[in-house]
Design a protein around this ligand. Sequence first.
Ligand SMILES: Cc1cc2nc3c(=O)[nH]c(=O)nc-3n(C[C@H](O)[C@H](O)[C@H](O)COP(=O)(O)O)c2cc1C
Length: 187
Amino acid sequence: MAKITIDPSAAFLYPMPMVLVGAVVDGKANFMAAGWVSRVNFKPPLFAIALGPHHTGKGIDANREFSINVPDVSLLAQTDYCGMVSGGKTDKSELFEVFYGALEKAPLIQECPVCMSFSLFEAVKLPFNTLYIGELKEVFTEEKYLTDNVVDIKKVNPFTLSMPDNTYWSVGEKLGKGWDIGKRLKK
Ligand SMILES: Cc1cc2nc3c(=O)[nH]c(=O)nc-3n(C[C@H](O)[C@H](O)[C@H](O)COP(=O)(O)O)c2cc1C
């Protein structure tokens, strides 16, 4: 089958994990939706979020702390809402039950199955976005999300995003084990 080319501005990797990025801005907890997020380093555990010029970024710049909260499918509408309204105009601090770990400026969301707090490792200015790289300091979950002491994606029930059609997807079925299923091709 012949390959065709598409507009690079419409190219994304998918699915993207949907998360809620938290920061304290002007003394208030604020949360924004983000799909451009990934773990980017093994040791220490570093995670990166690519943010445009948003209200949340002001808090990260000021405090050098932020959070990444993984919502489950029951929080789809709340997450989408956090991606449509700005904390600069609308107070989002009451949307969730907020708690804090050791980092006082990394607000965490009680309703989210997995909540992580970060200290800012580096902020890389890109032509439009800022790539905030955070060093993971604490991870909070609940016993009910674990299987054999490990966070279980099925129990967390997160959702993902495809772009540019801007559509949310639930996680599908388990296909096989990584670092294992490819063994059959080894000679
Ligand atoms: C599904 C979805 C994904 C988003 N992903 C990102 C993202 O990865 N980076 C970003 O800068 N903005 C992203 N946004 C936009 C921000 O969440 C949005 O502009 C938000 O209102 C910013 O909030 P704030 O002004 O309170 O910080 C996304 C929005 C939605 C709905």
